[in-house]
Design a protein. Structure first.
Lengths: 112, 112
């Protein structure tokens, strides 16, 4: 589990501010994912990436931007944070054609 | 796309009893079904999984069964212990985008 890390672990910000959540993995997994977890909704996919410079939308992409210039990093940016984006965000990674996903420790984001 | 339904949303059992959580999926192309356990404030962790060419898999006190015809799979926990208390998520994998589709989770409480 130490192979995938997230930072910061906790973040409080204000409405309208830009926030970037970082994700780093050391396994050289091809795929990386961003989820948000809210009570009653389980894990919802925001964006995912199949490789460096290849990203695609998930179930709830609005208000988020991602990039993947290097295989090991997959930052998630909230360009103008809203209160509805208050959530716990999990990054995950997996190998190609392997279903197992390994999760980072999560970032608890509060938007005031 | 794939849709995964999970029941029940909450489950309370006495220590030593068995617990069963059920999931159904919609896409017959799904071929991998993992189960994740998430303790309070922690990341989801893979506890057991099953592939479509297998009907049942056991690992000590936990087991998973798969019925491809009916498109449902279940998690069975025997001799439950207080440390089994957590939220359990099922998921289904079809391969497209290497994505998992998650159920909405079951809060299991094991009472002394």
């Amino acid at each position: 589990d130490a192979g995938i890390t997230q930072s910061p672990r906790y973040k409080i910000t204000e409405t309208g501010r830009q926030v970037t959540l970082m994700c780093h993995q050391t396994w050289s997994h091809s795929y990386m994912f961003w989820y948000r977890q809210d009570l009653g909704h389980g894990l919802r996919l925001i964006y995912y990436s199949a490789a460096a410079d290849i990203t695609d939308k998930g179930e709830v992409p609005d208000g988020y931007v991602v990039s993947r210039s290097k295989t090991e990093n997959f930052p998630l940016t909230l360009e103008s944070a809203t209160r509805s984006q208050t959530s716990v965000y999990f990054c995950a990674s997996s190998e190609l054609d392997r279903g197992e996903q390994f999760f980072g420790p999560g970032t608890r984001l509060t938007v005031l | 796309g794939e849709n995964v339904e999970q029941h029940p949303s909450t489950l309370s059992v006495q220590e030593g009893d068995s617990a069963v959580i059920k999931c159904t999926y919609s896409d017959s192309a799904s071929n991998y079904f993992p189960w994740y356990k998430q303790e309070l404030g922690k990341r989801p962790q893979l506890i057991i999984d099953i592939r479509s060419n297998v009907g049942e898999k056991k690992d000590q006190r936990i087991a998973v069964t798969l019925n491809k015809t009916a498109k449902h799979f279940s998690l069975h926990i025997t001799e439950t212990q207080p440390e089994d208390s957590a939220v359990y998520f099922c998921a289904a994998f079809t391969g497209g985008g290497n994505k998992l589709t998650f159920g909405t989770g079951t809060q299991l409480k094991v009472e002394l």
